[in-house]
Design a protein around this ligand. Structure first.
Ligand SMILES: Nc1nc2c(ncn2[C@@H]2O[C@H](COP(=O)(O)OP(=O)(O)OP(=O)(O)O)[C@@H](O)[C@H]2O)c(=O)[nH]1
Ligand SMILES: [Mg+2]
Length: 386
């Protein structure tokens, strides 16, 4: 039977311990095919939370406690709690759960069902059909929560996940063991732990599902969520997205291409100083750019598929052919454009008063199609996936 540990970080939650435990116990009583436990992770709360936890431990055999010496933040508490739940309690499935009764325990069976059917991470989601946020939340809180989540969706260009910041989650032990060691550093000690975990899970291609959650406002105790959360999370999301973009193959491909044009122009200037024939100088500068593109693609854009030294001459020839292909495409587009659309003035770029005609459009279209072709040829022929 799979062992499930619901991990509940607490800081000054004395007034909620008995209620949250009995709410969970009620749901546990309806589940027969899992061995269910609760682990409180308390950061030495000064309000007597631990006394309350000791009382419920006395009452329920499946309640455990882990004490931290000092307040270390939500992410820190989960890290400690997960390690303890896996190593000491033998957990197979873990839950992130708040102590303040904001999280409805009756959706636990639905979340377990999703784990059972192959999900690595299940989110209690406020922003899908059937979920919701408290009606009595002040406008700024609603706004921050809704717009904050929308903002993350737009920046991450991922609209499949709706609630990025929810603190109610079910996770497999495998997902925790794969991701937890990667969430080092101070930023993940606090609430950015949640977004960080989700971003990594998606990067690893893990299956993420959502179950509707109607979030209930806390009645007892104070919120620990401060404005620094917003700032930290914003900085984290922007940073991680920039990193994703900069390390994407398409970005590197475009950079290498742009650098190639620079190489071509500079080398043309240089060669013309020494070579009397313009045609020869021009040809050599094109080849120089192609050589630079080839080397950089091999070292950077396709570093994960780096060519063997012995394959390089043949592949360089292929690379030349592929580059030639994009020139042919550009010529064809220009030819067909002039033939069927013709050359007409379109508009003038304001300020510099540069006229733009359909000819410029043909060139731009040709370059774009040529780039598509190049990227396709590089990734399917020259640096073919093994
Ligand atoms: N151990 C530990 N628990 C924490 C810490 N910060 C927050 N928690 C707990 O994490 C859970 C979520 O914190 P909350 O303050 O409820 O945050 P929130 O639910 O996003 O905000 P509210 O809706 O205002 O309650 C609660 O059970 C807190 O007691 C911490 O530094 N250490
Ligand atoms: Mg709360």
């Amino acid at each position: 039977m799979h062992k499930v540990v619901v991990v509940i970080p607490t800081y000054n939650e004395a007034g909620n311990i008995a209620r949250v435990t009995s709410a969970l116990a009620k749901v546990f009583a309806t589940i027969s095919n899992y061995d269910l436990h609760i682990l409180f992770v308390d950061d030495n709360s000064p309000d007597g939370t631990r006394v309350k936890i000791a009382e419920v431990i006395h009452k329920y055999p499946y309640v455990h406690i882990l004490n931290n010496k000092r307040k270390g933040g939500l992410g820190h508490a989960y890290k400690k709690g997960f390690a303890y739940a896996i190593d000491k309690l033998g957990a197979d499935i873990l839950f992130e759960f708040d102590a303040d009764l904001s999280h409805d325990p009756t959706i636990i069976p639905a979340m377990l069902e999703d784990i059972n059917s192959g999900a690595s991470l299940v989110l209690g989601s406020r922003y899908i059909q059937g979920g919701g946020i408290p009606k009595n939340w002040a406008f700024h809180r609603k706004f921050l929560s809704v717009v904050g989540n929308l903002f993350i969706q737009v920046v991450m260009l991922n609209f499949k996940v709706h609630d990025w910041t929810t603190g109610y989650r079910a996770l497999t032990k495998e997902a925790v063991l794969a991701i937890m060691p990667q969430l080092q550093g101070k930023v993940f000690a606090g609430y950015s732990w949640q977004t960080g975990f989700l971003v990594r899970a998606l990067e690893l291609g893990l299956v993420v599902k959502e179950v509707p959650l109607v979030f209930i406002d806390r009645e007892n105790g104070k919120s620990k969520l401060g404005p620094e959360y917003l700032f930290n999370n914003f900085v984290y999301i922007m940073r991680v997205r920039m990193k994703q973009i900069f390390s994407s193959r398409i970005f590197k491909f475009v950079m290498v291409g742009g650098f190639g044009s620079l190489v071509q122009f500079t080398s043309l200037y240089l060669y013309r100083m020494f070579i009397p024939s313009f045609q020869l100088a021009n040809f050599l500068s094109i080849e120089t750019a192609i050589l630079s593109n080839f080397a950089l693609s091999n070292l950077w854009t396709f570093a994960d598929r780096k060519l063997k030294a012995s394959a390089i001459p043949g592949k360089f020839l292929q690379f030349n052919l592929a580059s030639f292909g994009s020139i042919v495409i550009q010529l064809i587009v220009a030819f067909l454009g002039e033939r069927f659309i013709g050359l007409h003035p379109l508009f003038a770029v304001p300020v510099i008063n540069l006229p733009v005609d359909t000819g410029v459009m043909f060139a731009v279209t040709g370059i774009a199609l040529g780039m598509f072709w190049n990227f396709f040829a590089y990734s399917h022929f020259v640096w073919k996936k093994k």
